[in-house]
Write a protein that binds this ligand. Structure first.
Ligand SMILES: Nc1nc2c(ncn2[C@@H]2O[C@H](COP(=O)(O)OP(=O)(O)OP(=O)(O)O)[C@@H](O)[C@H]2O)c(=O)[nH]1
Length: 472
């Protein structure tokens, strides 16, 4: 259903554009017309829908060739087949060379679109179409040259000046547009269209003040391309093309001032240069935006890596490798701050000094890996018992310390008992790990953490002696 609807839309658009263009340019003797928008519609349909668009293109082309131009049925059919084959081939070439349905966001894609999407199909259509017209006696042999040129230019002009607008407006999704610039785009477009209408339709050629006025159109079209969107710029370009061609054909506008016998050629030249600049500028802007986006993403990745690495380095600098607890330096750094705070607030700071019992024997009897596992077990018991605000650290080979904010001696003894209990319940058959724990509480006379830990150490030593009945 979707495909049928698409084909119906394409057929109606093709026929309506053909009808409108012919009606608008009826007084002009060109065949089919000096600017042939249906070619742009056909290319856009073929590019966006692929091969599935051909029935719609054929139906629209057949209506135009048979009913509008009144060609005999066989010739109308043959030319309609050409009208289908050339955009389908052009679209295939564009998609093959750019791998894109919107070949306007890279400079290389723009070149491919102009060459394979506009020039190649236009030349092929003109060559085959003129050959058919000559064979049917519609174009005399001496008119081949001029018919070929007119056909090529009108076909290429239709694709070049309308194709990008249709392709961009029909395919670029809403979120890719830049709604923030709507009023800017609207103002610039309205001013430009008013200017184009005044220059090309409002002033008779004989009283035109200045033949170079149309070149001012470059500024707003490029403005839209850079500041707003390529979609807006190409739409404006299509509208300006219609106005400029229509006005010039009606004998209005500045290009008649030049006294040239071919004012349309000047319009065509202006539009081609304007269109090429717009597409090239649009591609450059989009390439730059893509590069900026890539750079932004790379920056983000780099920042994340640096943050991760910094965190890792901080961890390594502050943690003990075996147990993950604070290392000696970090324990003292944070411990001094905790002691200072305890002094400031007048609240007690409990301190524990924990020494693994008989680690040397464990090492000697079972090997160092068992010694390591004994140390880890003590660390695990500490971690299981200590609160979030407490600070635990490994301050020596088999020595741990803990600081307990807002904890008096009774509280500290409770923590010490819980650690000893945790250690006992973690003991497994074959490896029993014990620890001697000394307790102390901060005093206002403590000049630094050393003094507090010395008291805890003395208490631990006393406990170790009382438990083993021997020396350290
Ligand atoms: N496996 C292992 N052993 C360590 C580590 N750090 C220190 N040691 C060892 O721990 C032992 C500590 O010996 P001591 O100070 O005599 O202590 P102990 O053997 O536990 O005896 P007491 O403290 O009196 O109970 C030494 O043999 C050190 O080599 C470590 O990271 N891993």
């Amino acid at each position: 259903m979707r495909i049928e609807l698409q084909n119906l839309t394409v057929a109606l658009a093709f026929a309506a554009a053909g009808f409108g263009t012919s009606a608008l340019l009826a007084g002009y003797s060109f065949f089919p017309s000096p600017f042939w928008p249906p070619a742009g519609i056909a290319l856009a349909a073929a590019l966006l829908s692929g091969n599935r668009a051909w029935p719609g293109i054929f139906a629209g082309a057949f209506f135009v060739n048979w009913r509008l131009f009144g060609l005999p049925l066989p010739l109308a059919t043959a030319i309609s087949l050409v009208n289908v084959a050339t955009p389908v081939l052009g679209a295939l070439l564009v998609r093959w060379t750019t791998r894109s349905k919107q070949p306007f966001f890279r400079l290389r894609h723009v070149v491919c679109f102009i060459v394979f999407g506009a020039l190649v199909p236009a030349c092929l259509a003109a060559s085959t179409g003129v050959a058919l017209a000559v064979a049917s006696g519609l174009v005399p042999p001496q008119g081949i040259d001029s018919a070929w040129w007119r056909w090529t230019l009108s076909e290429a002009g239709g694709i070049f000046l309308l194709g990008p607008t249709l392709i961009l407006w029909c395919s670029v999704r809403r979120r890719q547009r830049q709604p923030g610039n709507f009023w800017e785009a609207f103002t610039v477009a309205a001013a430009t269209l008013s200017f184009a209408v005044a220059v090309f339709l409002g002033i008779r050629a004989s009283v035109h003040p200045f033949e170079g006025l149309p070149y001012l159109l470059f500024a707003p079209v490029l403005w839209l391309t850079v500041r707003c969107s390529l979609q807006a710029a190409t739409a404006l370009l299509s509208a300006v093309a219609l106005i400029a061609i229509g006005g010039t054909l009606l004998g209005l506008g500045p290009f008649h001032l030049l006294g040239s016998t071919q004012p349309l050629l000047n319009v065509g030249l202006l539009l081609v240069v304007l269109g090429t600049s717009t597409l090239a500028m649009g591609a450059l802007v989009s390439e730059r935006r893509a590069a900026e986006e890539k750079l932004r993403r790379m920056n983000e990745t780099l920042e994340r890596r640096v943050a991760r690495r910094t965190e890792e380095l901080h961890y390594r600098a502050t943690r003990d490798g075996l147990t993950g607890m604070a290392n000696r330096a970090y324990f003292f750094e944070r411990g001094e701050a905790m002691l200072a705070e305890a002094h400031d607030t007048g609240r007690p700071l409990g301190a524990l000094l924990i020494d693994v019992d008989g680690l040397k024997v464990i090492n000697d009897s079972y090997g160092h890996h068992m010694g390591d596992s004994a140390i880890s077990r003590v660390a695990g018991a500490c971690r299981a018992v200590l609160r979030k605000d407490d600070l635990g650290g490994r301050i020596g080979g088999d020595e741990f310390a803990a600081l307990l904010p807002d904890t008096d001696e009774a509280g500290a003894r409770g923590v010490s008992a819980r650690i000893a209990e945790a250690l006992r319940s973690a003991s497994t058959e074959g490896l029993e790990v014990g620890a001697s724990i000394g307790v102390a509480v901060s005093e206002s006379s403590d000049g630094g953490l050393d003094a507090l830990l010395r008291r805890a150490d003395a208490a631990m030593y006393a406990e170790k002696q009382s438990r083993s009945g021997g020396g350290r």
